[in-house]
Design a protein around this ligand. Structure first.
Ligand code: GDP
Ligand code: MN
Length: 389
């Protein structure tokens, strides 16, 4: 789970790390008031979970509340990286002297967290790594204590930063590493880490990502965890499954197993259908959970079709079939449904579905079920056209 920049900076401050004060705004008037409350030059930035905002013109430096209002009117509603800007961050403007890069990532090839620092901030870090590898340090962080490998100090000294700046960078890095371990983060990136006109080191941007599997021991992040899910995603989570809504989709998908689910999204795209979601039922599915999960999709009216693809290991597929039939009967979706069930009690399950008039893909290959759905949808579209002619 990724924290918003606003929340991330608050977490930094609470951990004793320097980051600008600010507040969020959703209208130009609110942005004006937020800037007035700061009482000086401000930055108005789009609060969306993607980078490259600076280059896209979504970070504006303003001198007065009136300018903040105008900047907000410009930025709100813009789309960047698939995200529409609905919230702004209005914060104290930093007088930037230098921009550095600092992050801690989980590096599987090094089997643990790694800290990356470069005095070349404000530039894509991949570029620095490719063009100026000697301007970038990578050192291990102890996954238990959060201690940074000793050679960080030596390597940092090599960059010949002013002494009081180097000391602050070192302290900032140490505190960030401690936070990383304590809060079970997967990513902590501060880009740029800024040196201001008074030689203070401060986080101008911040990306914090928490390991979802650790949320049970982080009460403080529960509200964000809830807030980051849509009502539908929350409902499926409550049923024991995982739903991720995909914007602009037209076809509903239910499957068990995340790998198969992701493969299905690709298969649907390859036959020209846009999946509206990823939905993994979770293992050991029985009648009640299948009914609940199927309901979440089949009560939606504006799909072009739904494909259900389950593998029955310990799951009893005839129970699954009954659940699908019951939900179909209750909601009567106006679009075609294609079901492929393979495994435990598959014959009985297929018989039940066929009797209920549901299209069954009797194949082992998932491609066949996806192809069948495309054909049924296509067939309907063609029927529609002839009917109108
Ligand atoms: P990103 O482009 O999405 O990563 O957004 P950032 O928050 O990193 O902002 C982009 C750029 O805007 C930074 O690299 C800075 O150059 C600039 N910027 C952000 N905040 C401030 C600030 O308070 N003062 C000044 N002078 N520049 C800022
Ligand atoms: Mn940035």
């Amino acid at each position: 789970m990724r924290l918003s920049e606003f929340r991330g900076k608050k977490v930094l401050r609470e951990a004793g790390l320097n980051s600008p004060n600010g507040s969020t705004a959703t209208t130009p008037a609110e942005a004006r008031r937020a800037a007035a409350a700061l009482g000086g030059p401000a930055v108005v930035k789009a609060m969306i979970p993607v980078g490259g905002r600076g280059k896209a013109g979504l970070v504006k430096l303003v001198a007065t509340p009136a300018e903040a209002e105008a900047a907000a009117a410009l930025i709100l509603g813009q789309v960047h990286g698939g995200h529409t800007v609905t919230t702004l961050l209005v914060e104290e403007q930093i007088k930037v002297k230098n921009e550095y890069y600092l992050s801690i990532i989980l590096d599987s090839s090094r089997r643990g967290p790694v800290l990356i620092f470069s005095p070349e901030g404000g530039m894509d870090i991949e570029q620095v790594a490719a063009l100026k590898p000697d301007r970038l340090v990578r050192v291990k962080v102890d996954p238990v204590t959060g201690e940074i490998a000793r050679d960080f100090s030596t390597r940092l000294a090599g960059f010949k930063l002013p002494a009081q700046v180097a000391t602050q960078v070192e302290r900032f890095a140490a505190d960030l590493a401690r936070l990383y371990v304590q809060d079970d983060l997967l990513l902590a990136e501060v880009n740029p880490l800024v040196v201001d006109a008074a030689d203070q080191v401060i986080a101008a941007d911040c990306k914090l990502e928490i390991d979802d599997s650790s949320l049970f021991r982080h009460q403080e992040y529960q509200t964000e965890a809830e807030g980051s899910l849509s009502p539908m995603e929350k409902e499926v989570k409550g049923l024991g499954g995982t739903l991720i809504s995909l914007p602009g989709g037209e076809v509903g998908v239910i499957c068990n197993g995340a790998g198969m689910g992701m493969a299905m999204l690709d298969m649907l795209k390859s036959v020209g259908l846009r999946p509206s979601n990823f939905l993994d039922t979770g293992g050991g599915i029985r009648y009640q959970r299948m009914k609940g999960i199927t309901t979440v999709l089949l009560r939606e009216k504006d799909f072009r079709g739904v494909v259900i693809n389950l593998w029955g290991g310990i799951a009893l597929l005839d129970e699954v079939a009954k659940a699908i039939i019951d939900v179909r009967d209750e909601y009567r979706p106006p679009y075609p449904l294609v079901v492929k069930l393979v495994g435990n009690n598959q014959e009985k399950a297929r018989e039940l579905l066929e009797k209920a008039g549901i299209t069954v893909a009797k194949a082992v290959e998932t491609e066949k079920a996806v192809q069948m759905l495309a054909e049924v949808i296509e067939g309907r579209a063609t029927d529609g056209r002839t009917a109108h002619a």
